[in-house]
Design a protein around this ligand. Structure first.
Ligand SMILES: Cc1ncc(COP(=O)(O)O)c(C=O)c1O
Length: 398
């Protein structure tokens, strides 16, 4: 990725690098348990699905508060399974946000449907219910060749989308909700956990996630036993029993080593999420104390807003920054890891040119793509590292 050249030169001094994420600090805490879990799987020589995966499914369903969970090979597969389970088929369309990881929309296409990409709320950067409502009330789908089937809100950065409004709209317009909870395990909306709100929800356990595997892994939660049974079938080539294929599924099974590692980590998740929340509150305080954040729209950096009913688990701590690319490069010069999630909104991705969106169509998503910067965030991040990140940001704008 290229960055615009900075007008300021970064000086590293004697300060150590601050990684955006350092998983080795987590591994140091749980190494013995992880190695024992991997050994258990190796001793069993049972590598795909099996009791280890079934146990993880039970434990995550209990954690999220659903009656069922179905493990699979990635968060992308989880979205695809969830969409098929709720009945999405060719000729359907599904509403989602233009400001998310690519898979939120590509899974809709993979399920045979057409993504309808709508804009975000500039406060939270989550899908804006007002945009969805306007789209539905205009009857924008009338006369189109597709039938609107579902809403797919994304709980971006670990904060639930505005689920009251989406549930109301889903009821009124007879749409199913599939939550993209890939970034939000442990988050909640009012008294319900992410993953227990929609008809089905997709989680990713990609290594950077709050609950992460040692490879690729994903899972769907649902309260509908028929959906769960259908997804178990779909993840093994649409096969209800060996060598009988009633529909076209795919191979997207979860492997037992990933499940065993996830089972070691799950009991720590609440504590790790709480540590992320404390670090986020500390970033807020440090940014305010340094004079960077005062609540004005003219502040050089502005943390992404929090929704009143959302319990945020800070998969990412993200600010909107003036001269974002210059700041990014300045911090990189000090070996401070930051990242842009996401630099190109989905409606402007070349592969989706056929959907017909143009630059300017979804201005809040486009602005967010120019302004967002994720700062280092993981439970083991140290106070002095956070301090150095904020001091460096302050120095850039001084
Ligand atoms: C919002 C969102 N949806 C879907 C996915 C896809 O998950 P995976 O990478 O496990 O396929 C991700 C992962 O990065 C994500 O952040």
């Amino acid at each position: 990725m290229t960055h615009a050249s900075s007008s300021r030169t970064a000086t590293t001094g004697s300060r150590a690098a601050v990684p955006i994420l350092d998983l080795s600090r987590q591994y140091a805490q749980i190494r013995q348990q992880v190695l024992a879990a991997v050994e258990r799987v190796c001793a069993s020589q049972h590598f795909i699905l099996g009791e280890e995966v079934a146990a993880l499914e039970r434990e995550i369903a209990a954690f999220v508060g659903t009656s069922a969970a179905v493990g699979c090979a990635s968060g992308t597969d989880a979205l695809w399974l969830a969409l098929l389970a709720i009945g999405v088929q060719p000729g359907d369309s599904v509403i989602t946000t233009a400001f998310s990881f690519f898979a939120s929309a590509s899974a809709i296409v993979r399920a045979g449907a057409r993504p309808v990409l709508l804009d975000i709320d500039p406060h939270t950067l989550n899908l804006d219910p007002a945009q969805v409502e306007a789209h539905l009330r205009q009857g924008s789908e009338a006369g189109k060749s597709t039938r609107l089937r579902a809403l797919l809100p994304v709980h971006l950065y670990g904060q639930c989308a505005e689920m009251d409004a989406f549930e109301r709209l889903a009821r009124e317009f007879q749409l199913a909700i599939v939550e993209d909870a890939a970034q939000a395990i442990g988050a909640s909306w009012r008294d319900r956990r992410a993953g227990a709100i929609g008809a089905a929800a997709a989680f990713s356990f990609y290594p950077t996630k709050n609950l992460s595997a040692y490879g690729e892994a994903g899972l769907v939660t649902t309260n509908n036993p028929e959906f769960a049974a259908h997804m178990r079938c779909l993840r093994t080539h649409g096969s209800p029993r060996r060598y009988l294929h009633e529909e076209l599924g795919w191979n997207c099974r979860l492997d037992a080593i990933q499940a065993a590692v996830l089972r070691v980590k799950l009991p720590y998740l609440e504590k790790w999420n709480q540590q992320r929340r404390e670090l986020a509150a500390r970033y807020d305080r440090l940014l305010t104390q340094s004079g960077l954040v005062s609540g004005s729209v003219n502040d050089p950096v502005r943390p992404v807003g929090i929704s009143a009913h959302a319990h945020h688990v800070y998969h990412q701590y993200v600010v909107r920054a003036q001269r974002r690319d210059d700041l990014w490069q300045f911090l990189a010069g000090r070996n401070i890891g930051t990242e842009v999630y996401y630099p190109i909104p989905t409606h402007l991705q070349p592969v989706f040119a056929y959907l017909g969106y143009r630059e300017g169509d979804l201005p809040e998503s486009e602005r967010a793509a120019r302004e967002v910067l994720a700062l280092p965030m993981f439970p083991e991040l140290m106070d002095h590292e956070q301090q150095w990140v904020v001091e460096s940001i302050a120095e850039f704008y001084s």
